[in-house]
Design a protein around this ligand. Structure first.
Ligand code: PHE
Length: 457
């Protein structure tokens, strides 16, 4: 581990690697579809508040823990807080394993979309029939095969260590992705559905937001910023001592939020502009990213034939820079705690996660009880259940542990020292009370309210 304690090349290096972890399927795939399912506006507001009140302070807290301890999550908690606190780190590892096992499946869809777009670009575009995506989801060998491709790619990079590779790769990929996304939004906004889309996204109707929507918004704030499981603790441990933690965290939060909002604007506009789109999506809002965008590329966008395959490559890369950070959380723990070599840790962890992935991959219509059991109302099947459990319960719980730890146990002096200030300033006071009271109270209230089945609307 000592040898691995390298530092990012610059703050920019950290911001892009951390943004690479944060920006992923959560922004491009999940945010638009859960926003759609929760009827837009009010959900977006709750999400933005959660990002500001929980996301930013907790992101700073995680980076601070990592940089202070110079270790990954479990040993960092042990070093700074004693054995008992390591349970927060272990919970994070469990969340990481859970998320990774279904994230790989969705990431695999980008490989299929890439291939499909390549064919369309070389021949001509024929809009897929209604039900096409459902049939794809129910195709067991294809789902498992695509998941396997993604699992191997992730394992390969984690196996080689993330140092030069991922920092360099994200430096190139992230700006390209931003440019393509801006172009996408710009084009989408020329379509007829623009006004309806913007009003659906930005006019809040709280009576239309179901109670579970609040939990989902908060859970998604954790998920999209890669918080609550120690990923930012690991990445933070590689930040130089002179860098501003607030500055680094703020950059990541802003970039991540813009990605999510742009993706949602593009997709909502297309759905509301193309009359058959709602039929094609029916039954699988989950597939929104993969169903809606090709239509825009091929029917409304100059240069779409080139951009379509390029876009899905980038979706794959955005997912990969997230799976790597998740993989690193699990693998580095085995290296630290069990003393395994990196190759051994990578292979065993990847194998274990892949077993979970197979169950998730088969739960989209291929194998019956796996696809239809409903542990959580409205979330049938293994994949949706794992996603709901990890994002909405496990990450907020992990985040709760982190806020209480930094707010109450780490000590103001330690926190101030790490933030590079000598006297408590106003922003510091706001931050620390946010961690002490506001964030924990909000998380607890929400978890309890949803657990006892309260409806806020
Ligand atoms: N933040 C990633 C995304 O939005 C997912 C992720 C969650 C990555 C937790 C790492 C840790 O896609």
């Amino acid at each position: 581990m000592a040898a691995a304690r390298a530092h990012w090349g610059s703050r920019f290096g950290f911001v892009l690697a951390a943004a690479g972890s944060a920006v992923g399927l959560g922004n491009l795939w999940k945010f638009p579809y859960i926003t759609w399912e929760n009827n837009g506006g009010a959900f977006v507001i709750v999400y933005l508040v959660a990002i500001l009140v929980l996301g930013l302070p907790i992101m700073m807290a995680e980076i601070l823990i990592g940089r202070r301890a110079q270790l990954s999550a479990v040993p960092a908690f042990e070093k700074l807080g004693g054995k008992g606190w390591s349970i927060v780190g272990w919970l994070g590892v469990a969340s990481g394993t859970t998320i990774l096992s279904y994230y790989m499946v969705i990431a695999g869809w980008s490989v299929r979309s890439f291939y499909q777009c390549l064919v369309w670009s070389f021949t001509s575009y024929t809009p897929p029939a209604e039900g096409d995506f459902g049939a794809f989801l129910a195709n067991a060998p294809l789902q498992i095969g695509l998941t396997a491709i993604f699992s191997v790619a992730t394992a390969f990079i984690v196996y080689r260590g993330i140092g030069g590779g991922i920092e360099k790769a994200t430096k190139i990929m992230m700006p390209v992705l931003i440019i393509i996304l801006l172009y996408l939004v710009g084009t989408a906004l020329t379509l007829d559905g623009r006004d309806e889309a913007l009003s659906m996204l930005f006019t809040p109707h709280f009576d239309q937001l179901p109670a579970k929507g609040y939990l989902e918004a908060v859970g998604h704030a954790f998920f999209t910023l890669s918080l609550g499981l120690g990923a930012m603790i690991v990445y933070g441990s590689y930040i130089g001592k002179k860098e501003s933690i607030f500055g680094a965290a703020a950059w990541v939060v802003v970039l991540d939020t813009l990605f999510a909002l742009f993706a949602a604007i593009a997709m909502f506009t297309i759905i509301l502009s193309v009359p058959e789109m709602q039929d094609r999506m029916s039954g699988s809002t989950m597939g929104m990213l993969f169903i809606t965008l090709p239509d825009l590329f091929y029917t409304n966008m100059p240069g779409g034939r080139i951009l379509a395959p390029a876009f899905f490559i980038l979706v794959g890369f955005a997912a990969l820079s997230s799976t790597i950070s998740l993989g690193e959380v699990i693998t580095s723990l085995m290296i630290d705690k069990k003393g395994w070599s990196r190759p051994k840790a990578t292979i065993i962890c990847a194998g274990g996660v892949f077993v979970g992935s197979i169950l998730a991959a088969l739960s989209l219509g291929a194998v019956e009880p796996l696809s239809s059991f409903e542990l959580i109302e409205g979330k049938p099947g293994v994949l949706a259940t794992l996603d709901h459990m990890a994002a909405n319960w496990m990450l907020p719980l992990g985040g709760l542990g982190i806020t209480i730890f930094v707010g109450w146990f780490l000590g103001r002096k330690n926190a101030m020292e790490e933030l590079g200030i000598t006297k408590p300033s106003l922003p510091f006071t706001i931050w620390i009370w946010c961690l002490r009271i506001v964030a924990p109270a909000a998380i607890i209230a929400l978890l309890v309210a949803v657990a006892i089945g309260k409806d806020f609307s």
